[in-house]
Design a protein around this ligand. Structure first.
Ligand code: GLA
Length: 461
């Protein structure tokens, strides 16, 4: 008889009958393991509407969950091992013992390491010496390496499944925080947006996610706005390159430089938002401070060391991460400009949604356009194909389009009025996908309307 401690937490637990995807996964599970799953764990991907690369600087972001998710069928046993399989034959089976330290190989970010991050996160948080044995089959519908947080959804799904299999009881906020932290085992120093929206999402509403402490507020999107996701078809696996962590480091150094210039104790400053809090000032004033203190030319290591009064060795051990030790120059001015400007746009976006004004869709579109320009020019996290896609979207009737997620490839998100949605989809289809044979094969999964979906869930039949 299946019993779960989650029964008094209805929002994390559901009884699902007749779900086609779940039934198909159940069959795959039964064929593979010769037994039925005990429960299912699912975690959605997300599209970030605005607020890019600012969560790890301590600023609020504004994502919504998408329908696409990672779904796991799970059985629990005393075998002393965790067996993982994936419905996608590209992703090979993997088995690991429950006893001992879980090793995550950062050099080879295979699919199952994301799952293991989630297992390790729960194991450590709950102080479990050995986790329960599990058999899992995973099924993913989020396009990988596309900026829609498929890897975080895998980590969240694993965290949730491990919690349930070990009869632990954690809140959604705790789960989000654990999963944000444990995904860093794979090497990327993300800020927590993806894991937070995966757990805290609610159908029908976008969320403002704020950090330190983690909390979320509903943001009702205008009724006449439709959000369309389109994939540039350029894959970007952020754990396989250092782009992402270089930005994290640049923001960290910029925070210390700004704080130092204003006489703050910069040994305690790690995030650009902390500088604003300590100075008790506005985002506009922070933008002026960046102009005043930082110069647009990239900073050399020597200049950073001198300005912060640290040795080269201290820079390497305290400020640079494992895969950013090679970086010789840091664009502090541009990165800080982006972060403070983008943080202000997020707040504007939320207040426009709340205002109910008649031209809300156009104003939101303009904010999204500004966000893309800032990501492209100041944060340098776009790529030519993504810029081309954004241009095609704007020419096809979108009121605002921008890259979403980490960038350097992956998806764009566009805001379109409801009446224009159909013609927009057709125009983008023709101009971006059908015009290029390498993209036309992918078109079906690459261009779709997205509504705010629900959050992670444990379900039983
Ligand atoms: C990735 C990270 C997030 C966030 C975005 C960029 O998705 O996991 O924490 O930093 O990139 O906004």
């Amino acid at each position: 008889m299946y019993e779960s401690k989650q029964t008094n937490c209805p929002k994390l637990k559901a009884v699902i009958a007749g779900d086609v995807r779940l039934q198909k996964l159940k069959k795959t599970f039964e064929n593979k393991y010769g037994e039925s799953p005990l429960f299912y764990a699912s975690a959605p991907g997300r599209v970030n509407l605005i607020g890019e690369h600012i969560d790890y600087c301590g600023y609020s972001v504004l994502p919504m969950a998408i329908e696409q998710s990672i779904l796991a069928a799970v059985s629990v046993n005393q075998s002393g091992s965790i067996q993982l399989a994936n419905t996608n034959p590209q992703y090979k089976d993997f088995t690991l013992p429950c006893a001992g330290d879980i090793h995550i190989d950062r050099e080879n970010p295979h699919w199952f390491y994301y799952f293991l991050c989630g297992v390790k996160g729960i194991q450590e948080h709950c102080g479990l010496s050995d986790v329960a044995g599990m058999r899992c089959v995973l099924d993913g519908t989020i396009p990988p390496s596309s900026g829609l947080a498929s890897s975080s959804a895998m980590v969240c799904c694993a965290g949730l499944a491990t919690m349930e299999a070990n009869h632990e009881l954690l809140s959604k906020v705790e789960l989000a925080e654990i999963c944000a932290k444990c995904e860093r085992y794979i090497g990327t120093e993300g800020g927590g947006m993806d894991q937070s929206i995966s757990f805290l999402a609610e159908r029908g509403t976008a969320k403002l996610i704020a950090f330190d402490p983690l909390r979320s507020t509903n943001v009702k999107l205008p009724d006449d706005a439709v959000f369309v996701i389109s994939n540039s078809c350029v894959e970007m696996n952020k754990a396989a390159s250092s782009h992402f962590n270089v930005r994290v480091v640049e923001c960290r150094i910029a925070a210390k430089m700004l704080g130092k210039a204003r006489g703050l104790d910069c040994s305690r400053l790690w995030k650009l938002a902390q500088v604003q809090t300590e100075l008790n000032t506005s985002l506009e004033e922070m933008l002026s401070l960046v102009d005043e203190v930082l110069h647009p030319e990239a900073y050399s290591r020597e200049e950073v060391c001198e300005a912060l009064g640290v040795t080269s060795q201290e820079l390497c051990s305290r400020l640079l991460s494992a895969n950013t030790q090679h970086v010789t120059h840091f664009k502090l001015y541009q990165r800080a400009k982006h972060v403070y400007g983008e943080a202000a746009r997020v707040l504007r976006f939320k207040s426009v949604c709340e205002s109910g004004c008649s031209d809300a869709v156009a104003v939101l579109g303009e904010l999204m356009n500004q966000s893309h320009a800032s990501c492209r020019d100041l944060y340098e996290c776009s790529c030519p194909q993504l810029d081309q896609l954004v241009d095609v979207c704007l020419q096809s009737g979108s009121l605002g389009s921008r890259l979403t997620g980490a960038g350097w490839g992956g998806c764009a998100v566009s805001i379109v009025t409801r009446e224009k949605a159909k013609s927009f989809l057709q125009a983008v289809r023709e101009a971006f996908y059908l015009a290029d044979p390498r993209r036309s094969a992918e078109e079906k999964h690459s261009l779709f309307v997205s509504q705010p979906g629900g959050g992670a869930l444990i379900s039983v039949e």
